[in-house]
Design a protein around this ligand. Sequence first.
Ligand code: MRU
Length: 339
Amino acid sequence: MRTIDWNEESNSVVLVDQTLLPQEYRVIECKTLSSLCEAIQSLRIRGAPALGAAGGFGIALAASLSSAKDIESIMRDLKVAAKALKSTRPTAVNLSWGVDRVLNAVSDAFDVQGIRDIALQEARDIAEEDVETNKLIGKHGAKLLKDGDTVLTHCNAGRLACVDWGTALGVVRSAIADGKEIKVLACETRPLNQGSRITTWELMQDKIPVTLIADSMAGWAMRQGLVNSVLVGADRITQDVVFNKIGTYTHSVLAREHEIPFYVAAPISTFDFKGWEGSIKIEMRNPDELRFAGCEQIAPKDVPVYNPAFDATPMENVTALITERGVFYPPILLDEVLV
Ligand code: MRU
């Protein structure tokens, strides 16, 4: 199934619970807005494009649950829902984008049922378009990979971070579909191990060759000549930087030092045309994510912890941005991406 979808029978958002992978593949139902917010906050659903769909379906869910009888009241309910959804994760711009897109769409409705119908249709469109967008990103990006390449990736920018196919891993999938042999080096991505738990699992499901490394091994792997390019996704792209999972910046510096191309694959919905590095709030997460590995305590209980979820890679370190509209090389004027 897709990473996230709408269940017609139960009027709920269904999603793959990614906190359980790789031990268990379980689909859960979110029937209330608070359960969806909890799923986003605890990373049961994660990855920028999947969060865009979650934002859209979240507003559709709030519309379906609202008992309002008039347009003003249901719009009030939707605005409360929008605020709750957006506050779950502040850095990935797609979440707000998905929420706002559905909110804008319902402004055309004439009655309460119209709002419900339009909200659900718009959320479904977001999900549908995400798959098409990723296929286009894959098509454009595949041209940058050569037969026999090994790609280093960080976190999970695959089908589980999107509705389907993936951004960075979508490029790998497309290159393989074009007949190229591509191998992936997956960084484990401490502290929540999206690389070791999710990227390796989804690539192995598709029989795409993948080797797991600890994050600290990336530089040495590059020096050993084991990496042809670095390929990552993004949570927000501003004029000056690319926000992505913590650790991405380090890989960009290492890639530059080793003269290895550093590619970022992301849909236009990840672009923040008004923001810049200093204007964006980086999500700080629970210190226990570092003090524990799963249930096992691996650091003193009360050790002070610094746990930002994302970092910002300067555009100077980016070789190219791969989008559904094509490949863009710095200096990138975001206005040109929109044309
Ligand atoms: O905290 P996460 O797991 O939501 O972080 C995800 C990432 O950083 C991904 O690389 C990014 O969202 C791109 S997903 C196509």
